[in-house]
Design a protein around this ligand. Structure first.
Ligand SMILES: [Zn+2]
Length: 85
């Protein structure tokens, strides 16, 4: 009985490691094109957020394995700077 429980535990550990590995390998990439990777707002010309935007590649903002390509708008840049002063 005790042995079986231990085996169960090892199996679930193994399953968890496998899930982790699968997550890393199948990291998604989302192309937001003209959208800001942080606030998801349009930064294209005429949107009011075109000025001072800069391109961002492969940003994983929450560590979920999903990477975003897009832009960082000036609003989010300012916010980040304020937070990190
Ligand atoms: Zn933004």
């Amino acid at each position: 009985m005790r042995y079986e429980q231990k085996a169960d535990l090892q199996d679930s550990n193994k399953a968890r490691m496998y899930e982790e590995k699968k997550k890393q390998m199948s990291s998604e990439k989302i192309d937001l094109k003209n959208k800001c990777v942080h606030c998801k707002q349009d930064t294209s010309y005429g949107s009011g957020k075109f000025v001072n935007r800069y391109p961002v590649f492969g940003l994983d903002p929450d560590g979920s394995g999903v990477e975003y390509d897009g832009y960082c708008c000036d609003d989010c840049e300012q916010e980040w700077e304020n937070e990190n002063e």
